[in-house]
Design a protein around this ligand. Structure first.
Ligand SMILES: [Zn+2]
Ligand SMILES: [Zn+2]
Length: 237
């Protein structure tokens, strides 16, 4: 049916108007546009993946940590936030999150997985949305991504254990201290049993300041997880 519809009404890329020739693709973009999404390649903090402005930061110590991690070491051991929030990817995230184009979940999860090939984990978890926000958005975008990652990697998905206790304000414009304050006690674990001794991949869509993922990781570690690795499709820089 989809093939037939494509023949009658050829789909065109929402960005450049070229026709989409790959009829198996769910993407609203042509291949050329989608392939403009490239991972960050420069030097970055070995914990939180903050890009460093100059490679000299790493020339003497390859494990160099950013100022924020040195001041306040995160509960997660590593962050994978490979793609900058710009261009086609920023557009895709907007469509996914706010225009409910949930068919983007699989290709967006695919982008994360390309960068996680050597990472070991035993459970996949999503950053939970507060129920009020879930009601207005109708789905948790992080959970859709986590589901795809769990399915592709055949690693179990943690469901309903990590919950949002209260809604938080947007983090933009807050100082580091205020951000930590804002997310404090934002999460709770309803059942720590499934996470005991597990290495957890905690998934979010966008890494903005890291405060939410720091707090979520802290709760998981406190609950008995062995390690928390965080992953987000994209990073605000
Ligand atoms: Zn295009
Ligand atoms: Zn760092």
């Amino acid at each position: 049916m989809k093939k037939l519809l494509d023949l009658i009404y050829p789909r065109t890329c929402v960005h450049c108007d070229h026709s989409i020739t790959d009829e198996t693709s769910d993407l609203p973009y042509c291949r050329g546009c989608w392939e403009t999404i490239r991972p960050l390649t420069g030097p970055q903090c070995s914990i939180c993946a903050t890009p460093f402005p100059s490679p000299s930061a790493l020339s003497h110590s390859p494990d160099h940590h950013c100022a924020e991690c040195r001041e306040d070491i995160p509960a997660f051991s590593r962050a994978f936030t490979p793609y900058p929030y710009e261009g086609i990817l920023a557009d895709a995230i907007q469509r996914f999150k706010y225009q409910k184009q949930t068919s983007l979940a699989a290709p967006l999860a695919g982008l994360i997985m390309e960068q996680l090939t050597t990472v070991q984990f035993d459970l996949v978890a999503a950053v939970p949305l507060h129920p009020t926000r879930l009601r207005t958005r109708e789905f948790n975008q992080s959970l859709l991504l986590a589901q795809r990652i769990a399915r592709f990697t055949q690693v179990p998905l943690l469901i309903d254990a990590l919950n949002r206790s209260r809604d938080t304000l947007p983090q933009v414009g807050l100082s580091r201290k205020e951000r930590a304050q804002n997310v404090r006690r934002a999460f709770h674990l309803s059942d720590p049993t499934p996470i005991k001794g597990k290495r957890i991949l905690l998934v979010d869509d966008v890494y903005t300041t890291g405060a939410t993922l720091r707090e979520g990781s802290k709760i998981l570690l406190k609950g008995g997880a062995k390690e928390v690795i965080v992953a987000a499709v994209t990073r605000m820089i």
